[in-house]
Design a protein around this ligand. Structure first.
Ligand SMILES: [Mg+2]
Length: 247
């Protein structure tokens, strides 16, 4: 049975590993289960994210699927693409075989979390979209959790681009974007999604046709119940999900 694990709130909180997560992944692999990590983080490169998992005792080579990759899968090789995003997104667009343009006419605009976001990027993206370019947003999350609270995510910047460009984007990441197809092509039609949010991970599981296990190690607490979609299983953390499922 393939397992699709969210990273933030399931495996780690910020840079802190969640207790028992490494043991849980090791138990799954020892039982012969395939494990894939699906993250809407489109800012960091996949290699970087795999290295961060390795560093907390979770071998992850080739096991991370990110929203930048999912967004880039909506591009055609050799398209001219304007990127508004971080190093992870630039890398995926280049890997797809596209030509990066800084300004002027292009076939597509792809945007994500951009920590250097400024008016000129918004101006160029808006003009390109109004000029007929497709717009791809890596992930719709308006915010993401940090030790300082909720900081603006790709969806918050996307709201500005939507206003500037006057169009709606195609979506790369969870819950209903191109990542659904990437995961299903890789893992097949049956599996388990473990996540800390029903509105993203739960809806992602529904879109995949997989079971959804909700954990309380991230943003959702017992006080938030009931949630939609209704989880197949609710547990304190990934280790409890794994122990109860493999038992
Ligand atoms: Mg999460």
């Amino acid at each position: 049975m393939p397992w699709v694990l969210d990273l933030d709130g399931v495996i780690r909180l910020g840079e802190q590993p969640i207790a028992g997560a490494a043991e849980a992944v090791a138990l799954l692999r020892a039982a012969g289960e395939e494990v894939v990590f699906a993250t809407n983080n489109a800012y960091r490169s996949i290699r970087d994210q795999e290295a961060a998992l390795d560093a907390i005792g979770i071998p992850a080579d080739g096991a991370v699927v990110g929203a930048a990759q999912a967004g880039a899968s909506l591009l055609e090789p050799h398209e001219r693409v304007l990127v508004v995003g971080g190093p992870g997104l630039v890398e995926e667009v280049e890997a797809r075989g596209c030509t990066l343009v800084e300004d002027g006419p292009c076939d597509a605009v792809i945007s994500g979390l951009d920590r250097q976001f400024h008016y000129d990027a918004l101006r160029r993206a808006g003009l390109a979209i109004r000029g007929g370019a497709r717009w791809i947003l890596t992930n719709p999350d308006p915010t993401f959790p940090t030790p300082h609270g909720l900081e603006p995510g790709a969806g918050a910047l996307g709201a500005a681009i939507r206003a500037a460009g006057g169009a709606d984007p195609l979506i790369g990441g969870k819950p209903e974007g191109a990542m659904v197809g990437l995961i299903r092509d890789r893992l097949g039609g049956d599996g388990i999604v473990v996540g800390d949010r029903a509105d993203t991970d739960g809806r992602f599981a529904t879109a995949l046709g997989y079971r959804f296990a909700l954990v309380f190690s991230g943003v959702t607490t017992e006080a938030d119940l009931p949630v939609e979609p209704e989880p197949w299983l609710i547990a304190d953390d990934l280790l409890e999900v794994v122990r109860r499922t493999l038992a």
